[in-house]
Design a protein around this ligand. Structure first.
Ligand SMILES: C[S@@+](CC[C@H](N)C(=O)[O-])C[C@H]1O[C@@H](n2cnc3c(N)ncnc32)[C@H](O)[C@@H]1O
Length: 250
């Protein structure tokens, strides 16, 4: 009984860490309503800042990619109970993001700055839509599975946890990676782009483009032909306008 309560508490803690990390990241990139935005923090030489920021981004990328691989999951569930495996991944990913946000060094050279109010408003709106698409897509695909809560609740109820499995709900009939599209849009849509924000956006986009190749490699291995067919029919990131409209009607 105690183990079950601890598992649920741990799952909720990991989920809270994720919520804190994502909400802070939104404020961080917008330089809004957070104590330290992407353009704040200790200043020093440019190259030291680039090296530290690249190291922080790289640390997150390695942690997130390695821990998401099936072979790693098989190995470490020999030590970590399967019910809290996902929560542990979520917690460690959130801590890696937290470290990045905390230790991030600003690079304040201005890359672009939009003055026209209508364009500023448009860019902030697009940015908000990117974050919105990301959150919506997690619910479409299985928010509480993605962040480990259903796994710990199944453990608490002493029932077997069944993964939701591969699905093609609405957004996933338009592009294969709507969550990642949301991230990319939110990273780039800003009226004021500094060198530091640009580094974050470029590295984040590069990481996503590489990360989805690993994800799709695993999906191809586990699903085979159905995933091949899906990948032929549905584009990865950029919707085909007519095909998207037709599929949305299916
Ligand atoms: C963070 S989600 C990102 C999903 C997708 N790449 C996106 O950008 O929306 C990663 C997890 O989603 C799973 N996944 C990806 N496409 C899926 C689909 N169509 N149905 C169910 N799970 C999917 C992957 O196996 C992986 O465990």
């Amino acid at each position: 009984m105690l183990r079950r309560i601890l598992a649920v508490g741990y799952g909720v803690l990991a989920y809270a860490a994720f919520l804190a990390a994502i909400v802070y990241t939104i404020g961080f990139l917008a330089n809004f309503a957070v104590p330290k935005g992407v353009d704040d923090g200790v200043t020093g030489t440019v190259w030291l800042a680039v090296a530290i920021d690249a190291g922080l981004l790289g640390l997150f990328a390695v942690q997130h990619s390695v821990m998401a691989r099936p072979w790693f999951k098989r190995w470490w569930t020999r030590f970590v109970p399967a019910a809290v495996e996902r929560s542990t991944f979520v917690l460690l990913s959130s801590l890696a993001v937290g470290l990045l946000l905390w230790q991030w060094r600003p690079l304040t050279a201005q890359m672009w700055s939009v003055e026209a109010m209508w364009l500023r408003t448009l860019l902030w709106t697009v940015c908000g839509l990117g974050w919105g698409l990301l959150v919506l897509s997690t619910f479409v695909i299985g928010h509480f599975d993605l962040f480990g809560l259903r796994q710990v609740l199944a453990r608490a109820r002493d029932t077997a946890y069944a993964e939701p499995g591969f699905r093609q709900p609405l957004l996933y009939r338009i592009v294969r990676h709507p969550i990642m599209v949301g991230f990319i849009v939110a990273f780039w849509a800003t009226p004021d782009m500094t060198a530091g924000h640009l580094l974050f956006a470029a590295a984040g986009t590069g990481y996503i483009l590489i990360g989805v190749r690993f994800e799709e490699h695993d999906l191809r291995r586990s699903l085979g032909e159905p995933y091949e067919r899906y990948a032929r029919q549905v584009p990865g990131f950029i919707p085909r306008v007519r095909a998207a409209a037709e599929r949305a009607e299916v």
